[in-house]
Structures are given as C-alpha cells and as structure tokens.
Design a protein. Structure first.
Length: 435
C-alpha cells in the first residue's frame, strides 16, 4: 500500500484501490479488522459496474461516427499494448545477458587500469575483449532503443485516438443509452435494486446482498436482455457467445463472494472450524474467478483472499465487528437532514436531532411502538413468514453451492474470455474481410 500510495498525484486520485498513504503506518495490515460491509459494497458495485461497462462497449447502439472513433482507438491501444509486451519479452530474453556483459566489461576495465596485474599479452587481449563487449552492448542497446522509440510513437498515437473519441463524443452530444437503461430497469423493476442519489450512486448494503444472493436469476435476465438487443442489432455470433460467458462468470463471482461474506457474518456462538474451512474455499475460488475477469486486485479483494479467514479464526468470528451500525448512522443523518431541510436556524435544527435521538433510545417509546405494531390488523402469520424465509435460505444456499462446484475450464485456455476491445477489433476485421 505504501508503494502504490507513493505513485498517486493530483492528476491520479487512486491506484489499485489505494487512495492515500496509510494514516497509521505503524499498524500492520493484519491488525486492521476486515470491514465486511464495505467489502460487500465494494465488490458488488465493482462487478455491477464491470457488467454495465462491458455492455456499453459490446452491445450498446452508438452513432456510426463514434463507433469508428472507438474502433480506431482500440486498434491504437492494441498496438501500444503489443509493443509494451515486446519490450518486456526483450528484457526477459536479453536482460540477464546484457547485465552479465556489463559486469564482464567492468571487470576487464578494472584489470586494464591496474598496472602490473596483467602481462602485456593478457592486457592486449583484455583490451580487445573489452572493445568487443562494448560493441555487443551497443548493439543490444540499439535494439532496445528502437523498440522504445516505437513505444513512444504508438503511445502518442493512442493518446491522440483517445482525444479524438472524446471530441466525437462531445460533438455527437448525449445520446440515449437503451442498454444501460434496460439493465437499470431490470434491477429496479424486477428486483427493487435501486441506486440512491447519495453514496456516489452506488447500490447500498441490502441491495448489494440481494444482488449477490440472487445473482444467478438476475444475470439470467440480464443475459436474455443483452442477447435480445444483439439479435435486433445484428450482433456477431462471437459477441453473443462472449456475452453469455461474461454474464455466467460474473454471476458466479457474485455468488461465491456472497457465500464467503455470509460465513464471515456467522455469530461467535455458532462458528465452527467447518465454517472457517468453507469460507477459505469460497474466498479462494471467488478471487480465482475475479482474476479470470482480469479485474484489478484491490485491497478489498486481496484482504478477502489473504487476511479475512485468518482473522475469522483468530478472533473467533467477525460478526461483532461488522460496521453496519456506522452506515445506519449515515442513513439516520440523511433522514434527519430531509426532516429539517426547511429549518434554517441551526440551533433549533440540532436541538431536534438531540430530541429524536433521546426518543429513539427511550424504553417507554419503544414499548408504545411495539404495542402499535401488535394492534395492526394486517399482521403476517408467523408460520408463513418462517416457512418462506427457510425456503429462500435453502434456495440461496443451493445457488452458492452450485457456484462453488462449477468448473472454471469453460472460461480458461482456448475458451478464455475476450475483452470488449478484442471483440470489437475482431468483428471489425471480419466485416472488412466480408466487404
């Protein structure tokens, strides 16, 4: 974290999930309590954002001029990534050899400079060897210089292509985004998962848990919607195949993290070694799927893999350390703000806050609330609620177990996931060949 924090500057707000230098750098990472709720928020929102961004690029209907600009930018980015990989490969192939040549030349130069260490014949041979090494080193450096020059040129072309995409987006103006709107409609209408106006527009705790627990059913709907849009727009078979694979693996990631995080919330009195073993299995497989998606392993994801289960075992449970009450206070503050938005007098406003807080903790008030709730005529039958809850819990556990047992080979090797850029580039090549 310290190393990554050192690379952050005013133009770059975060890197790999790190936003600033640790405030208490004397405390080891293992000593920080694993934040179950905030990890839930972060992972669920990141996977949902990944889905929406993927659909924007692969399925979204954009103006032709913007599609062309994006294709050119993707090609420029592909060339730039290729030359970067070539430089890395060059370093792997020739780096050790070049380092040894530098060491050998330095050793020869030291021997040549020290009088009396070498005979005249050995000195002449050392001078020849040093000159030969110098020529070979110069040849190696020229090769690397040519590659770096190409990298600089391609980087400039990639930057120019990005600027062109931004310019076209500004010229075409805001166009309707039926794909993004359709995904949001599925979440809000069918699953009551809505984005609040606060918290950066990210979905909150209960919605995140709902998205994770019912990921298989939700993503089946999302997959059907995206495939329908591709069919209407004449999308390629490649795009349809990749959309199916992407939706399935994101759903699996959500279910695995759901199983892992739900075990972390197990009460201290109910926690057993079997729970800890199961949590380790969930976290290992969840992060493996995360890497298949080629998402950046942020501190939240890293902590899920390497630290959470150790703390679960060390502290005999994390349920008592969950930070749900902090988020509840945030929501209570927002509720109070809405109730007093027309009151300008701050003294009166904060006095009301104090009164409401005192009433919320008053036992007599709580007793009256319970009596009012019991007198309601539309009370649900307890047995029906318990049966429904048990059936839902069984269904959730079945989904999690199925995700745990599912094989990852359908997304690796020859069946690996194609990035949106690869899909767009390959589809453009296919259209060019056909034309």
């Amino acid at each position: 974290m310290k190393r990554v924090a050192g690379t952050i500057n005013p133009s770059k707000k975060s890197e790999n999930g790190v936003k600033s230098y640790p405030q208490l750098d004397c405390v080891e990472l293992e000593r920080y309590i694993f934040p179950v709720l905030h990890v839930t928020l972060g992972l669920a929102n990141r996977l949902l954002k990944h889905t929406v961004d993927y659909a924007d690029l692969v399925v979204e209907r954009t103006p032709p001029v913007l599609q062309t600009a994006r294709i050119l930018q993707i090609e420029a980015a592909h060339k730039y990534a290729t030359i970067k990989q070539e430089i890395a490969d060059w370093g792997i192939r020739n780096g050790p050899t070049l380092a040894n040549m530098h060491l050998a030349q330095g050793h020869l130069d030291e021997q040549i400079e020290v009088e009396g260490e070498l005979t005249e014949a050995e000195r002449e041979q050392a001078i020849l060897d040093s000159a030969s090494l110098k020529l070979e080193i110069t040849s190696f450096k020229k090769e690397l210089s040519v590659l770096k020059k190409q990298k600089t040129e391609l980087s400039q072309q990639n930057t120019a292509a990005k600027v062109e995409v931004t310019r076209v987006e500004n010229e075409t103006g805001k166009y309707s985004k039926p794909i993004r709107q359709g995904l949001e409609r599925i979440l809000a209408r069918d699953w009551n998962i809505k984005r609040p106006s606060w918290h950066g527009g990210d979905i909150l705790g209960n919605e995140c848990r709902k998205l994770m627990a019912w990921a298989r059913l939700i993503y089946d709907q999302i997959k059907a919607f995206l495939l329908e849009q591709l069919e209407e727009d004449g999308g390629s078979e490649r795009a349809k195949r990749e959309v199916k694979k992407r939706c399935d693996i994101v759903a699996k990631a959500l279910l695995l993290f759901d199983g892992f995080l739900s075990l972390l919330r197990t009460d201290h009195k109910d926690l057993t070694p079997q729970h800890i073993t199961k949590a380790r299995e969930y976290s290992t497989k969840a992060v493996a799927v995360w890497r298949i998606l080629q998402l950046s392993v942020t501190p939240k994801c890293h902590a899920s893999e390497d630290h959470a289960c150790d703390q679960l075992e060390l502290l005999k449970g994390l349920a008592d350390f969950c930070e749900d009450w902090v988020e509840q206070l945030h929501q209570l503050g927002l509720k109070n703000n809405r109730r007093t938005k027309t009151i300008r007098n701050r003294d009166r406003k904060y006095k009301l806050y104090t009164q409401w807080e005192q009433l919320s903790g008053n036992r007599e008030v709580q007793g009256i609330k319970k009596q009012v709730n019991k007198k309601r005529k539309r009370n649900l039958q307890n047995s029906k609620g318990a049966d429904t809850a048990a059936a839902l819990l069984l269904q959730k556990n079945n989904h999690r177990q199925a995700a745990l047992e599912q094989d990852n080979s359908q997304w690796t090797g020859e069946n690996r996931l194609l990035s949106p850029e690869e899909i767009i580039r390959l589809d453009a090549i296919d259209r060019y060949i056909v034309d």
